[in-house]
Each structure stands twice: as C-alpha cells, then as structure tokens.
Write a protein that binds this ligand. Structure first.
Ligand SMILES: *Cc1c(COP(=O)(O)O)cnc(C)c1O
Length: 433
C-alpha cells in the first residue's frame, strides 16, 4: 500500500498513530504500552501535550546535562545551521569538527591523541573494537581477535557491542547463534569507597594471563556499570586492569559513553583511578543531549599501529561522520560545562541524593541504595511493573523510567535543590503507595 491509499482514520489521535506506526525502544507493536507526548521542554521540565509538566530525572538517558532548551546551545545550533548543517567528511573538513576534536583531546586523560567521530554510542563502540582488531592485524598478530570484558556491562545494541554486554541481562541467550563469543570476567564486587581486596580481581587476572595471546583488548565501563546493572566499583579494580593490560600486552578500551562529561563526579570516570585507556568511547552527553554524536579516541600508538599496517588507513567512515551541526553544539556544550561549576553542581546533587535516598533503605521492597556523583540508584527486591509504575510517576509530576529491579535517576546538573526534593519525594510517594 502506498501512502495515498493507506487508510488513516480521520480522527486518529497522535497516540493512536504512534501505536499504529512507530517502534519505540524495546517495545512491542502487538501489545503496545501508550507513550507520553512531549510538546516542548525547558530546563529540567518536560511539557506534556495534556498540559502536565514533569521533572526529568533521567536527563533523557544521561544526555541533557545542561537541561532542555538552553539558550547557549540553541544559539550554537542556529548559528551553524545558517552556515552548513551537513557536508561529507571524506576529503573535506570544517571548524566545528576540528575544534571539537582538539577540545576532546585536551580534556580527556593524557595519551588519547586522535579522535574518530561517529553517530551514536553503539557505533563508537563498534569503532573502538574495530580499532583494536585492526591494530593487531596490522602488527602481524591477527590471532589477537578476542575481547575480555566484565559481567553486568552494557555497551550498546549493535552486534559487536552486543557481544560484550552482560550475557544474562543482555541478549546473548536469544542471539546465541549470531553473536561472537568473547570472555567474561565476574562483575567487580567492591564499591567505590570500600577498601580494596585483590581477591576482587583474581579471576580477571587469571583470565587475562591465560588468554593473552588471543586477546585484542579489554573493554569495560570505568567505575560505573550503567544499563547492565547500575553498579559502581573500586578505582583500585580499574587501576589493576590497566596494569594487567600493560603486563600482558592487551589494549584497554574505556567505554565512557554514560560516565563522560562529569556524571560520576569526575570529568571522566577514568580519573577516579588516574589511568588512561588506549581507546575511549564518548557519546550521550557530548552534545548536551541536542543531537546524536559520538567519538572514539585513541593513543598515537594505536593510530600509528593501524596506519602502518597493510590497509594503510583505518577501515571505517560513516556517512554522517563529523556532522557540523552536532559538532558545533558539542563545542558549545563542552565550553558551557567547563565555564560552569559543574563539579560543584554534581557534588551538590550527590549530597542531596545521599540525604534524600537514605530513608528508602527502610522500605521493605528496597534491597539497596547507591549514589555516585549525579547518579542515584534504588535497587528493589523485585522487578517493577513498568507500565503501572510509569503512570504513577507521571501522575506524581516526575519522569523516571525504571528497568527490572532498578529505579534510578541521573538528573540534569542544573536541577535546583527544590526540584531534586520534588523528584525524590515523588519517587518515595510512588514506592510507598
Ligand atoms: C548508552 C550506552 C551505549 C550505547 O549508546 P547508543 O547511543 O545508545 O548507541 C554504549 N555504552 C554505554 C556505556 C552506554 O551507556
């Protein structure tokens, strides 16, 4: 049927059409759960079509660190769109991309010197993994073609990314026949401020030592395991991973797509352990949540290693690579972040979350509370009923989107103390109803 003969009921409301035509993340089209229509957004607020206004506790999945409709980011987008909104990146360059790459090299840990831009986090992970594989192929060691990662990790939904997501909460089971098999060490158990015990990394240490000849890289999320479980782990673990990678000649890929740009209390979570990875992935908050953009950074050693190989170049080049509009907003977002007291804001949110989430530990249904930087996690004993709880959060004037047993928030850094209290009080009310 073409669009002219397709019968769209005259009176169909937007939400009906949404259910008829649109696929949402991890959603069923045969038993759809109604979505909420957002018509505008400003600061920490989402404006719904039905007139209600919600405090966004999710920063649209870690992205909108400065809040919505920010005048500085709006101005950057408007100014760039009048110059050039997109141009191919093969053989052509432009100021927004060059400035962004220079800034990223300047603010990320030492030794990350080269930047490959792409469209989304999952693609940045694909690029990182491909860099690691191509590096070893170029070095005459193509047998180094496996990855070592941690259980409870999350690295995205595309195939290479999927292959290093947690084998149980991820999609390994269903896609067993098509996902490449890699190695999984147990998830770290010691949290950020707990005292270190070498036992926590014993199994990882054993695995890297015995598999080193097959290993291209270790890939992990530094300090904060995000969508695979919302868990925090010891900087000593990360420091030991770096040492073990060096000792066994394995590259280290740090996926900072969720943690980058201040979320954990450091500008990049690698700073907790004072380490530099060989390859780093950035995304999510890179444009302050305005547009889709991601970056994979690597060391001179990796870039040289790749380029001196048989191919003579890195074998990747997305159509929308280095999109000027996204790069211009990313530059403005980074400048805004660094000119703000972002660390003061994140600390303020951390203190507020610690104080206000403490009473939740007394609730029968709650297993554990965890807070790091501007991330607050309430782990329930049982999985929540998403459809039911989502509606009750909206009725309470807040946007919180749990998964499994995890009710969690990572608000925009600009959230006021008052708004944070409204957000946490709303969650408390819903969980105690
Ligand atoms: C969200 C996320 C990704 C995937 O990013 P997309 O933009 O959704 O493709 C990868 N790694 C981590 C750590 C993430 O949080």
């Amino acid at each position: 049927m073409n669009s002219i003969t397709k019968i769209v009921p005259q009176q169909a409301k937007l939400l009906d059409k949404d259910q008829q035509f649109v696929w949402h993340p991890y959603s069923s089209l045969s038993a759809p759960i109604p979505a909420y229509e957002v018509v505008s957004a400003d600061g920490v607020y989402l404006q719904l079509a039905d007139g209600r206004r919600l405090i966004d506790g999710m920063s649209s999945w870690w992205c909108t660190i400065h809040g919505y409709n920010h005048p500085v980011l709006n101005a950057a987008a408007k100014s760039q769109i009048d110059k050039v909104s997109h141009v191919m990146f093969g053989g052509i360059t432009h100021a927004p991309a060059v400035e962004l790459c220079e800034k990223l090299v300047a603010i990320t840990p030492d030794g990350l010197d080269k930047v490959f831009l792409s469209d989304s986090g999952s693609v940045a992970v694909e690029v990182a993994i491909k860099m690691a594989f191509q590096y070893w192929i170029s070095q005459g060691q193509p047998q180094k073609s496996k990855l070592l990662t941690l259980r409870r990790g999350y690295h995205g939904d595309t195939f290479a990314a999927m292959s290093v997501c947690d084998p149980e909460t991820g999609m390994h089971h269903m896609f067993e026949q098509v996902v490449t098999k890699h190695y999984f060490a147990p998830a770290p158990q010691i949290s950020v401020n707990e005292s270190w015990d070498e036992e926590d990394i014993a199994e990882f240490s054993n695995m890297i030592a015995t598999k080193k000849d097959q290993l291209a890289a270790v890939i992990l999320e530094p300090i904060v395991q995000g969508a695979g479980g919302m868990r925090f782990y010891s900087p000593d673990y990360l420091r030991r991973v770096r040492e073990l990678c060096d000792q066994h000649n394995v590259l280290l890929i740090a996926d900072e797509i969720a943690t980058g740009f201040g979320r954990s209390g450091k500008l990049f979570a690698c700073e907790w352990a004072d380490i530099s990875p060989d390859i780093m992935c950035l995304g999510k908050a890179i444009t302050g949540g305005y547009m889709t953009l991601a970056a994979t950074l690597c060391s001179d050693k990796v870039s040289r290693g790749i380029c001196e190989g048989e191919a003579g170049c890195f074998m990747h080049g997305p159509t929308f690579m280095g999109n000027p509009l996204a790069c211009a907003v990313a530059c403005a977002s980074i400048d805004l972040l660094l000119s703000d007291d972002w660390q003061g804001n994140v600390q303020r949110i951390e203190t507020g979350l610690k104080t206000q989430l403490a009473p939740f530990t007394e609730l029968d249904a709650v297993a554990e509370i965890r807070v790091l930087g501007a991330i607050g996690v309430i782990e329930m004993k049982q999985p929540v009923d998403l459809a039911d709880i989502q509606k009750r959060f909206v009725d309470a004037g807040i946007w919180v989107r749990p998964f499994g047993k995890l009710v969690y928030v990572m608000p925009p850094y600009i959230i006021s103390d008052q708004e944070l209290t409204t957000l946490i009080t709303g969650i408390y009310t819903v969980l105690t109803q």
